[in-house]
Design a protein around this ligand. Sequence first.
Ligand code: ADP
Length: 237
Amino acid sequence: AEAALMKSEKLAAVGRLASSIAHEINNPLESVTNLIYLAQQHATAPEVQSFLNTADQELRRISAIANQTLRFHKQASKPQAISCVELFSTVLSIFEGRLRNSNITVEKRKRALQPIVCFAGDVRQVLTNLVGNAIDAMPTGGRLLIRSRNATDWTTGRKGLVLTVADTGCGMDSSTLEQIFEPFFTTKGIGGTGLGLWVSQEVVARHHGALRVHSSQREANSGTVFALFLPFDVAVH
Ligand code: ADP
């Protein structure tokens, strides 16, 4: 189940990466298409016309590929109501095997009972990334705390849900902390993609939420806390 998870996590990450690249490609693509059109209007040599026609056809192909990638990503999920209870149990069941063979104790505190409307699959993916990272940070064991509560976002005043994932693991130094949301940044060698938190941040932005982190290495096992805020009144698009 874990190997399958790793694979689906990587695939989902690659899918999102592809879609964001496709998105980035669209604008320059359009501008080159326009430039080719202008060049065709001005070119008189038949030879040059034929080069430009070929270039135009190839560009259309790129454009089709980019649009397909974007469409695929958009169709992948629709907003739906999901409860924290459901979120927690699905995510923890994914790590059941790994947790059983570890010295990690799990504490759950569910205070938010109201369901939230979100891209449930994507939010599940974010929690999976956070819990997976927390477990990775505690190779010799520790405590994993997952918590949900209703809260008001202090920067926007919006009401929503805060999901907290805390560990008593290795923590991060300040230079690591600065880079964790960058794509492909990982301290796990070939064991990591460095896409987990980058994708998570994308998902959170799409929900107009926030992902905050507090981590230190001041004391051994002071660990890391990730707090995910998702507003109730989200207009997901
Ligand atoms: P990956 O897990 O594949 O490395 P992520 O984007 O999920 O990719 O994480 C990037 C890096 O952030 C990790 O390699 C690790 O150094 C650091 N990190 C994330 N979560 C934690 C955590 N709970 N404790 C310590 N370090 C963490």
